[in-house]
Design a binder for this molecule. Structure first.
Ligand code: NAD
Length: 241
């Protein structure tokens, strides 16, 4: 049961949705987890509920200084890092011409630039230890062209290609790199879905729980070290893509 016992993980965007489910699953598997999120109140209440293996670290990843200091903040709380789940992300959908320019910038920054910078920050630590696991939350939108997601979808395509490049760059270092690509997951993020699409998806049963994604992550992390799962796509069976 406790396949991650003794491991130390960091999950970004851990106070809600997929990041929270990933954190809960890793703790259930015996890992200690540093939960990174900008939502201080949510983080505090989640960590109180999860107990000693959950360590909060309040960081706004869109703040360049806080983002740059991420590893320093982590190593002030734990002695090293075995697993990094780059999960924090946001969403905008709908017609491109209606999209708010600041929202576009924030989304591309968080979904793409921050993940790349976070991995650049933590990778040398893992390379130095000769072992580690990096998992990025991508999306089925990073594998399919979704017309109502003209900005979100490219941000996740970027992650799909980033993960493949990094997997090969770190091939000989002992650090595994993979991604998990969910279809629509019931979380706060879907509040930004166009109302019509959300209604249709709910009616069609085309939504899954965050736990399904977390189970895929645990599967990836618990393979023998000579096996890397490059990407797991987790879809509601009724999802029409
Ligand atoms: P969510 O909104 O439930 O959780 C996102 C978390 O990230 C929140 O706790 C939020 O406070 C945190 N966060 C946001 N901006 C931050 C910042 N600047 N700094 C630090 N923390 C920040 O969303 P979710 O559905 O769990 O999404 C998590 C990831 O999963 C995202 O990368 C998203 O693109 C991806 N994803 C979601 C779905 C879905 O349908 N929900 C599907 C595929 C992929």
């Amino acid at each position: 049961m406790e396949e991650l016992k003794g491991k130390i993980a960091v999950v970004t965007g851990a106070a809600s949705g997929i990041g929270l489910a990933s954190t809960e699953a890793m703790i259930a598997a015996g890992a200690k987890v540093v939960l990174v999120d900008r939502d201080e109140r949510a983080l505090a209440s989640v960590c109180e509920r999860l107990g000693d293996l959950a360590i909060p670290l309040v960081v706004d990843l869109l703040d360049p200084e806080q983002c740059a200091a991420l590893l320093e903040g982590i190593l002030a709380k734990v002695e090293h890092l075995d697993i990094f789940h780059a999960n924090a992300g946001t969403y905008i959908g709908g017609d491109l011409v209606d999209a708010n320019l600041d929202a576009i910038d924030r989304m591309l920054n968080l979904n793409v630039n921050v993940v790349i910078k976070n991995v650049r920050t933590v990778a040398p630590h893992m390379i130095g230890r000769g072992t580690g696991d990096i998992i990025v939350t991508s999306s089925v939108a990073g594998h399919s062209v979704i017309p109502w997601e003209p900005v979100y979808s490219p941000s996740k395509w970027a992650m799909t290609s980033f993960v493949q490049a990094m997997r090969r760059q770190l091939l000989k270092s002992g650090v595994r790199v993979g991604s998990v690509s969910p279809g629509p997951v019931i979380s706060a993020l879907l509040a930004d879905w166009p109302e019509e699409n959300l209604r249709k998806a709910k009616e069609a049963g085309a939504l899954i729980e965050p736990k399904e994604v977390a189970d895929a992550i645990i599967f990836m992390l618990t393979r023998p070290r000579n096996v890397t799962i490059r990407d797991v796509v987790v879809l509601p069976s009724a999802f029409d893509i």
